[in-house]
Design a protein. Structure first.
Length: 227
């Protein structure tokens, strides 16, 4: 990048506070972002941002500039690229007794960053480094006995788990689990696993509303908290 461009952008009008509009290009692990000032294609690296703002690539942001100081402090209202993807089942799934099974998902929702892919269907992959909460929910076929569990793994490390006893319910047996806030580096993934010891094998079933209940059950989600 031309150094004269950088100097002009951050040091113009050094005595006054300037309000600029820009676009987030990259979210860095060091709690900074790389931005482009509106109307220009050059990128300013390592810009700090306010702690109450969780930046995402392609955000349109307001920037405060005074002398050599540049701070991103909020997102401009408009198209919201929410980072809270959901991967879910659209059909029932038979789970083998006494076997840890990673659920293979068939569709996604609110996944503008491509965290889920049909070619790697058990995983949600973090598109940027930051803090996240992972959540999962399952709907077992109702049974009158048997141990069951749903768990979430970050890579191969278990980070959340719920254990229970299957019971007969009109609409099946529901289970939910959430992780504590965790750090995921770009490219890290989470996956959801289930286990039961009921004889015979048991199924993960759809809710009464079927696939109209998009992402409610037999689903895994990531919630981005910021970097």
């Amino acid at each position: 990048m031309d150094l004269s461009y950088l100097v002009n952008q951050i040091k113009a009008s050094p005595q006054g506070l300037r309000l600029r509009q820009g676009k987030v290009i990259t979210v860095n692990a060091a709690r900074t972002i790389d931005v482009q000032i509106a109307g220009d294609t050059n990128t300013l690296p390592s810009v700090r941002y306010a702690s109450n703002y969780a930046p995402k690539p392609d955000d349109q942001v307001w920037l405060l500039n005074q002398g050599a100081d540049l701070l991103a402090f909020c997102m401009v209202a408009g198209a919201d690229r929410t980072l809270a993807p959901v991967a879910y089942r659209t059909s029932a799934l038979t789970i083998t007794k006494d076997t840890n099974t990673y659920v293979s998902f068939q569709a996604d929702d609110s996944d503008s960053y491509g965290c889920w892919t049909v070619s790697d269907p058990t995983k949600l992959t973090a598109p940027i480094t930051g803090r996240y909460i992972a959540t999962a929910s399952v709907l077992w076929e109702g049974q009158n006995s048997g141990y069951c569990a749903v768990f979430i793994e970050k890579g191969t490390q278990e980070i959340a788990r719920t254990d229970g006893t299957l019971s007969t319910k009109e609409h099946g047996f529901h289970m939910n689990v959430s992780s504590v806030p965790i750090t995921l580096n770009k490219g890290d993934y989470v996956r959801m696993g289930v286990h039961h010891d009921h004889n015979p094998d048991n199924d993960l079933i759809l809710s009464a509303g079927g696939v109209d209940h998009t992402g409610y059950f037999n689903a895994l989600s990531l919630i981005y908290l910021g970097s």
